[in-house]
Ligand binder design. Structure first.
Ligand SMILES: Nc1nc2c(c(=O)[nH]1)N[C@H]1C(S)=C(S)[C@@H](COP(=O)(O)OP(=O)(O)OC[C@H]3O[C@@H](n4cnc5c(=O)[nH]c(N)nc54)[C@H](O)[C@@H]3O)O[C@H]1N2
Ligand SMILES: Nc1nc2c(c(=O)[nH]1)N[C@H]1C(S)=C(S)[C@@H](COP(=O)(O)OP(=O)(O)OC[C@H]3O[C@@H](n4cnc5c(=O)[nH]c(N)nc54)[C@H](O)[C@@H]3O)O[C@H]1N2
Ligand SMILES: [Mo]
Length: 711
């Protein structure tokens, strides 16, 4: 071969001739569960290609649509390059570059100024979806003296955790590969929303298990995995689950011995579900009677049945009662704590199921301010406040605009996208009314445009991170490339902020490595060695205790079908300790708004707001599009790709029609996070679950109007 040809042939091969190196890093685009291993091909400090890391525990060398687009994500042209100071009006988008020192000095002086005038609780410390720096941000809020630490978990997975805690005392996980006879994925679409779990569903099926999928949308998981698919009307599952419970009890399929030993409130529950009839269930859910009976028989008579719920069930104003109604079926049939059923989730570290105890909680709690005012949302959502050591983000707009019960005058935000919030524009109004807002993000967002100081954060490729995986695995990545422009990693920014505020918190100011080592000090692992190894290392750990080996952490010490925690707020807040069905729709007129709108049913090419500007991913669904059933389209005279308006009592957005049998007749799904068509502009600020404070993202009355002029 000529040397030129040889050079070309080697062009993509790592080695000294090409100057290409493979560096192991991690994809941080989706939820922390998978956070797949990525091999970054780096040349001259630039990532030229990404591949899945072979043998990595979560992805085993594969990358999904989103992970494969990491190069376009990290090199998005709208990266924030330097710290910036606002020089125009809020939202006007006039900024000047400043140095890190200037930015930090200003943040320190302004936040301390608000603290001096209004008290520390008047500063809100917030994060959106990014999770990796949360213990640091939480500790920063506490060290500053503010109880008001807000996260996106006010809309995400936390309501599920709450429901598990209320009922079982701790979060439970499904043991799909423990091979139950029947697996009921209730609102589960893991092939799209959590691929590693999706792979377990596929394996379960290959090994002969029977899968039921219950989802108003005929999802890829329903199509590829279900032996039996049930399509209830959105938000009607509480009625369905309680009817199934009644049938199980009436037919003598309930596990009476298990109930006697481990269940609290069975008599009240049995009496409550005895009023749920199949006829009424057919009317409310739209599921045929024989399917309801078949479902009850499957769950009631299987040797082991696993009923797995999802977040999708909690994105409703009747979310907690519905989720609880569904998970009570596991206890009713004694399917708890044994292989193939629900098992306790291992202890977590930095938002991951680690399987061992770290001092993460102490790291945060040791700085909790004494005698602080109640966190935002605590009075309105007392069950949330009792279980979650965070403010409820969904009450922030109300409190900051009204000053009731006390004013919120500043925000210190990392990774905040205002379109996560209902009536999103009002979060910008709230920001505009404040004395000071600082925002750290990777990209220029509309929220940044309303801040006083904007800070450039970097991606997972540009920093280190310790990450735990189930089975006692610990990984510690090194940066694959240097932070782009003048960006810094969030923990470095938080440590610098602690210093600028003059906080008496040496550990926080010491930075990432010192803090993770403090959190991991009892864990039998040498983090420096893990980092040097560059791949996940397995710890030798004692076997984790089973569900019945430790006390059940509910007030009664038993599995609570009747929740004693909720019972405390029965009279004051009108909450029901039993998981009775509560009709979920908002009260708007069903003739003017005849359809049901779900928002945010996951699509493979998007994660909230962060990927809509990544060209490869956007090209898969170029326009914001609503999934509507072809029958509805025909009735309304709508063709594929037509411009339509989705209209609710709260707002109107223009989108494309996407005709698909995924959506049931009468129901629409619209993905969220688009700048041009923000689904959350359609949902009123008050459309919240009173138990969790979670938004009713997935159950709203709506109508479709075809645009007069078509493209
Ligand atoms: N209508 C509707 N709305 C929803 C949902 C729904 O189903 N329907 N789902 C809800 C759920 S479950 C969730 S989790 C939330 C998601 O909540 P969002 O917070 O809306 O999620 P993103 O838009 O992905 O990310 C927020 C911001 O973080 C920035 N970012 C990314 N990585 C980093 C980082 O490492 N550091 C910093 N500083 N910034 C970073 C991104 O650029 C983005 O601006 O949305 C909720 N909103
Ligand atoms: N591709 C992709 N993956 C993601 C995300 C993403 O944005 N994109 N987001 C990540 C995040 S932050 C989260 S929280 C998880 C969410 O993970 P999931 O909860 O799995 O995601 P969803 O698609 O919101 O909801 C799951 C299913 O619940 C169904 N559902 C909604 N309402 C009802 C109902 O009333 N009854 C029943 N039976 N089913 C219902 C929906 O149709 C949907 O198919 O996904 C994570 N994974
Ligand atoms: Mo989420």
């Amino acid at each position: 071969m000529t040397s030129e040809l040889e050079r070309l042939c080697r062009a993509k091969i790592p080695g000294p001739e090409t100057g290409i190196e493979i560096r192991h890093t991690m994809c941080d685009i989706c939820t922390p569960g998978p956070q797949c291993g990525v091999d970054a091909y780096v040349k001259d400090g630039v990532v030229i290609k990404v591949e899945g890391t072979p043998g990595f525990p979560t992805n085993g060398g594969a990358l999904c649509t989103k992970g494969a687009a990491n190069r376009q994500y990290i090199y998005r042209p709208d990266r924030i390059q330097t710290p910036m100071r606002r020089v125009g009006k809020r939202g006007e988008d006039k900024f000047e570059p400043i140095s890190w020192d200037e930015a930090m000095a200003e943040i320190g002086a302004r936040l301390n100024g608000v603290k001096a005038q209004y008290g520390p609780e008047a500063v809100a410390f917030m994060t959106g979806y990014p999770k990796w720096y949360r213990p640091w941000l939480h500790r920063l809020a506490y060290s500053f003296g503010s109880p008001n630490y807000f996260t996106e978990s006010s809309t995400c997975h936390r309501a599920e955790v709450m429901s598990w805690q209320l009922t079982y005392g701790s979060e439970m996980r499904p043991d799909v590969l423990g091979m139950p006879d029947v697996l009921v994925g209730w609102g589960c679409n893991p092939l799209v929303s959590a691929y590693p779990m999706g792979r377990n569903y596929l394996k379960y099926r290959e090994q002969g298990g029977t899968t039921v999928i219950i989802d108003p949308r005929r999802t890829p998981t329903a199509v590829q995995c279900a032996d039996f698919y049930i399509r209830p009307r959105t938000g009607s599952d509480g009625y369905l689950a309680n009817t199934v419970a009644n049938l199980i009890i009436q037919n003598g399929w309930a596990d009476e011995a298990f109930i006697r030993d481990y269940v609290h409130g069975y008599d009240a529950y049995r009496e409550m579900v005895s009023a749920y009839t199949v006829d009424e269930a057919v009317r409310i859910t739209g599921v045929p009677a024989e399917d309801i009976l078949h479902l009850a028989r499957l769950i009631g008579t299987a040797k082991t049945a696993l009923v797995q719920p999802s977040n999708g069930l909690t994105h409703h104003i009747n979310g907690i009662p519905t989720h609880r109604a569904v998970i009570c079926l596991n206890a009713l049939t004694g399917n708890v704590g044994k292989p193939g059923t629900i098992l306790p989730t291992f202890e977590t570290a930095v938002d991951m199921a680690a399987g061992f105890h770290t001092r993460e909680e102490e790291f945060i709690q040791e700085r909790e301010p004494a005698n602080a005012k109640p966190r935002v949302g605590a009075q309105r959502f007392p069950v949330w406040a009792e279980l979650v050591p965070e403010a409820q983000s969904m009450d922030l707009i109300r409190q900051s605009l009204s000053g009731d019960p006390y004013p919120i005058r500043a925000m210190y935000a990392h990774g905040v996208n205002h379109r996560m919030y209902l009536e999103s524009g009002r979060l910008l109004d709230a920001a505009d009314a404040m004395d000071f807002v600082a925002a750290a993000d990777i990209f220029w967002t509309d929220f940044c445009r309303h801040a006083d100081i904007v800070l450039p954060a970097c991606t997972s490729f540009e920093r280190s991170e310790v990450k735990c995986y189930a089975g006692g695995l610990v990984n510690y990545t090194s940066p694959a490339i240097s932070p782009l422009y003048e960006s810094r990693d969030d923990v470095a920014i938080i440590a610098a902020t602690a210093e600028a505020l003059g906080l008496d918190d040496r550990l926080l100011r010491a930075g990432y490595d010192a803090c993770v080592k403090a959190m991991f000090r009892d864990v039998p692992v040498d983090l420096d060695q893990v980092k040097a190894a560059g791949s996940p290392q397995k710890l030798s750990l004692p076997k984790a205790p089973g569900y019945f080996d430790t006390p059940i952490h509910t007030p009664s010490g038993k599995i609570e079908l009747y929740s004693e925690t909720i019972a405390k707020y029965k009279d004051s807040h009108g909450l029901d300790p039993l998981p009775a069905y509560e009709a979920g729709y908002d009260p708007s007129d069903g003739t003017v708004y005849p359809m049901c709108l779900l928002t945010g049913g996951r699509i493979p090419n998007a994660v909230h707001s962060r990927l809509h500007d990544v060209p490869w991913l956007r090209s898969l669904r170029p326009d914001p599009a609503a999934d509507i059933n072809p029958e509805d389209a025909q009735r309304l005279g709508i063709r594929q790709g037509d411009d339509i308006d989705l209209v609710t009592e709260t707002g109107r957005i223009r989108v494309k029609a996407n005709l698909t049998a995924v959506s049931a007749p009468g129901e629409i799904n619209m993905y969220h996070g688009y700048r041009q068509a923000n689904a959350n502009d359609l949902i009123p600020l008050t459309h919240l679950d009173p138990y969790s404070g979670f938004p009713g993202f997935k159950q709203l009355r709506c109508r479709i109007e075809k645009a007069e002029v078509q493209p």
